[in-house]
Each structure stands twice: as C-alpha cells, then as structure tokens.
Design a protein around this ligand. Structure first.
Ligand SMILES: Nc1ncnc2c1ncn2[C@@H]1O[C@H](COP(=O)(O)OP(=O)(O)O)[C@@H](O)[C@H]1O
Ligand SMILES: [Mg+2]
Length: 336
C-alpha cells in the first residue's frame, strides 16, 4: 500500500543542510496500523508528511497503491490527497466554525457534493465519532478528546484509504488517549483503513499497532511486529523505549540483582502460554527454587503476554533449563 524506495529528505535552513530523513526504504501493507516511534527530532513527522507530500522528498520514490506519487502534477496531487486523511497533536480545527462545519470543510473543498449530501455525510461522521450532540458547538466548547474526535471525523470525510496520525494523543490525558485509540482501532477494523501513526509513547504502539518501526536520528533502526520488536528489542534505542515504558532504571536494576544468588533468566510467554502453570511444574519436577525479580502481564493489541525475570537456585538447574526451553516460552539468560 505504501512503499518508500530510498526516500530521503534534507531541509535547508539559512544555508545549512539539515538531514531529517536518511535514505529509507519501507513497506506498509494495506489495512495495517503501522506505528513509528522515536524521540523528538528523530524524523517521524518528516517521514509521515512525505506520505501525502506535505513535504517534498529530496530524492527517492514513494509509491502508494501502485502509483508513484513523487511524479504527480498539482492536479493529480490534489486528487491523491483526498485519499489520505490526517490528524494532528493540536487538532488544527477552525475556531470560528462549528463542529459540523469543520467536518464539512473537506467535502466542500473537494466539490461534487450537494448541500444535502454533505449534511447527510456529516451526520454519519458525527455519529461514528460519538459527537452528534455537539454538532452546533464551537471547538473552544469541547474537551481535548472531543476536539480530536472532530479531527478524526474531518479526516474521514472524503473516505480516505490512508489515515496519518501525528502524535494524535500526545496532548490528551491517559484515559482520553485510551478512548481515542479505541476509536482509531474501530475505524481500522470497520473501514479497512490503513493507519500510520507516530508517537513517542510505547503504550500507544502496544494498544493499537500491528507493526512498528523505531526511528533514531533520521533512520529506521528496527522494525517488525509489535510483539517481536518490544518483547525482544535489538537496537539500543528500542531497548531504551522498552525500559522507559516499564519504568525500569537499568543501572538500579543491575545493582539490585547483584545481591541475588542464582541464575537469572527472563522468560517471555505469548498467547495461551501466558496463563499456563509452567513455573510450578518445573520447580516441582526439578527441585529448583525460583524468586520473581520483575514481571509484567499485559496485552499487545489483543494478544496477552507475560515477561518474568527470575532467579533460579538449587535443584537440577540444567533440567529446569531444558524444560523451560522445551515449553512454549522464550528463555533468555541474563546472568549465568
Ligand atoms: N520545516 C523544517 N525546516 C527545517 N528543519 C526541519 C523542518 N522540519 C523538521 N526539521 C528538522 O528535521 C529533523 C526531524 O524533525 P521531525 O521530522 O519533525 O522529527 P520528529 O517528528 O521525530 O520530532 C529535526 O532536526 C528538525 O529540527
Ligand atoms: Mg513530530
């Protein structure tokens, strides 16, 4: 659906070149929720804005739905942009227009619809985002979550096939974030829309994304399914995001574990294995004792997972290791 072939972007400011995106190749399947995570300045917004050519690439080819959009003329670009909706961190609503008029705006700009067709479409969109009661209000009379719902309805007005979200929940509190992400997930499911979202929060990725790319310094440094990338991070930047998300200070943890005897393992359970009574069984059969040093049971989208850090002492350690390895669990030795 979305392909980048050696796409790069350099801004030129006051005679200086700022390389915002290094040559990047990327492929995003249709119907996916694709997350881009990175710290501020990593190049996320640049990459996202290249998808609808809000930024012109300095080089490379961008192919969307089989069409090379880097080659479009202004007419072609205008038509193409109707297929790509976008929502923003600060909503970008027009303060002087009502909710209904904000949502109607792209339809009016696109032309080709009668007033009654526009009214009907706006009513449908208001209902979809749960704002029917707010149609006549102005943006200043809405909460942050409601404003973003207006942004989403406006982005969907022209029935796009791609929705771009630039830090869409970063200005919202955690509960509102959850409800907006839920809405995005529903839209992805019901409309089969491809969503590309950027965020600096792991939690956002974990809740809605199917795949994720981690960006650092103008590069994608790691990408894959959300479970693979976050349960087994490879790149230091990804590892840092995972530790931040778990509120773990690596140095403190190393100090704490230094006083714990035994072999330290990290076990990762996915799906059904998350709820299996494996530890008790292994401990009983091998005489190994375990203490739990850290742990988390959570979900990645709708898949449960568990990650436990254990210290094993006594008994038949090797037998315990081979039983764990044979089970449907990923075993990583943190300290031998
Ligand atoms: N319009 C612009 N003009 C000049 N430099 C820019 C512009 N937009 C972004 N940059 C620079 O490009 C780099 C990447 O920025 P950006 O894509 O906004 O990162 P992110 O969204 O990950 O915070 C940064 O160094 C930023 O300062
Ligand atoms: Mg940004």
């Amino acid at each position: 659906m979305i392909e980048f072939h050696d796409v790069h972007k350099t801004y030129r400011v006051a005679g200086r070149d700022i390389p915002a995106l290094q040559p990047t190749s990327l492929s995003i399947d249709g119907g996916q929720v694709f997350g881009l995570i990175g710290h501020s300045g990593a190049g996320k917004s640049t990459l996202l804005r290249l998808i609808n050519r809000l930024e012109e690439p300095s080089g490379g080819r961008i192919v969307i739905d089989g069409e090379d959009i880097t080659a479009l003329d202004s007419d072609g670009l205008r038509r193409f942009r109707q297929r790509v909706g976008m929502i923003f961190q600060h909503f970008n609503l027009l303060a002087s227009k009502t909710v209904a008029d904000n949502i109607a705006m792209p339809l009016r700009l696109a032309g080709g619809s009668s007033a009654s067709e526009i009214d009907a479409r706006v009513a449908e969109l208001l209902q979809r985002v749960g704002l029917t009661e707010q149609a006549r209000k102005y943006p200043a009379q809405l909460s942050g979550g409601q404003k973003q719902r207006v942004g989403i309805a406006r982005a969907l007005a022209c029935r796009p096939t791609i929705l771009l979200c630039d830090e869409a929940t970063s200005a919202l509190d955690p509960q509102t974030t959850a409800s907006v992400l839920q809405l995005l997930a529903e839209i992805n499911q019901e409309l089969k829309l491809t969503i590309v979202l950027i965020t600096h929060e792991m939690d956002v990725i974990r809740r809605v994304c199917d795949r994720v790319a981690v960006m650092d310094d103008g590069r994608i440094v790691e990408q894959g399914s959300v479970a693979d990338v976050f349960l087994h991070p490879q790149h230091p930047t990804t590892k840092r995001f995972v530790l931040e998300d778990e509120h773990v200070d690596e140095d403190e943890q190393r100090d704490d574990f230094a006083h714990v005897p035994g072999r330290i393992l990290r076990l990762t359970f996915r799906g059904e294995a998350t709820y299996s009574p494996l530890l008790g069984t292994v401990a009983r059969q091998t005489g190994v004792d375990y203490s739990i040093l850290a742990g988390r049971i959570d979900r990645i989208k709708d898949q449960p997972y568990g990650q436990l850090t254990l210290a094993l002492v006594g008994g038949d350690l090797e037998a315990a290791m081979s039983q764990l390895n044979a089970a449907d669990v990923h075993v990583e030795v943190l300290r031998g």
